[in-house]
Design a protein around this ligand. Structure first.
Ligand SMILES: C[S@@+](CC[C@H](N)C(=O)[O-])C[C@H]1O[C@@H](n2cnc3c(N)ncnc32)[C@H](O)[C@@H]1O
Length: 195
């Protein structure tokens, strides 16, 4: 879900799973559609998944929930399409790293066409508040750290592409110190209660 360029889709497909990739952006979908012609890709929003109920064994959603304003409606969609006993694996920007970036409103991009995605910062309890009432039970939660030395203390590019792009340009030492000592992402593994 929100498969983007299809990193996880390709991995799951390579493992032999039957995979459906969903993303709201046709530009994003163009890339995995070319790379993985035998995979079913669908253009749709996370709030209205193009799948019937009880349709899938596992939902994977990586680094996309930070773009939705409320977790509950999207979590309801995940629970709806999952079979009882199914797995939900989510990764998202960790609050301790993402708070170095501003929450951006959704607004037109420089070409006046493509909207820039908003980024919302949320505490870990928000995921539980959205998931637990739906019968999604926690099976795991990890908060990986960025590898030491991953960030250079000086920013050679005025628009670095790593997630610290806002502050990194202006105060690289401070942003490296903050990001290297904070978890970068949170990864949740939920299972839908078997009925
Ligand atoms: C940072 S990319 C992550 C892509 C991919 N999951 C990965 O980990 O490589 C975020 C993706 O979420 C998609 N996205 C954001 N909001 C969405 C929404 N409401 N419905 C569907 N896709 C959405 C974007 O189009 C983009 O492809």
């Amino acid at each position: 879900m929100a498969c983007g360029t299809g990193r996880h889709t390709a991995h799951l497909h390579g493992l032999g799973h039957r995979v459906t990739g969903v993303d709201a952006s046709p530009d994003m979908l163009a890339r995995p559609r070319e790379r993985l012609p035998d995979v079913d890709f669908r253009e749709a929003d996370l709030h209205r998944l193009p799948l019937p109920g009880d349709a899938v064994d596992t939902v994977v959603c990586a680094l996309a929930l930070t773009h939705v304003p409320e977790l509950s409606p999207v979590s309801r969609e995940f629970a709806r399409v999952l079979r009882p006993g199914g797995h939900l694996v989510i990764s998202d920007a960790h609050l301790l790293s993402s708070c170095l970036r501003p929450t951006l409103p959704r607004r037109p991009g420089p070409d006046g066409r493509a909207p820039l995605l908003a980024g919302y910062h949320r505490p870990l309890s928000d995921y539980l508040s959205a998931a637990l009432p739906l019968g999604l039970q926690v099976h795991g939660c990890v908060e990986p750290w960025r590898p030491r030395g991953f960030l250079a203390p000086a920013a050679p590019d005025p628009l670095p592409t790593h997630p610290s792009w806002d502050l990194h340009h202006w105060c690289p030492e401070a942003s490296v110190a903050a990001l290297e000592d904070s978890p970068l992402v949170v990864v949740w593994h939920f299972r839908l209660a078997a009925t």
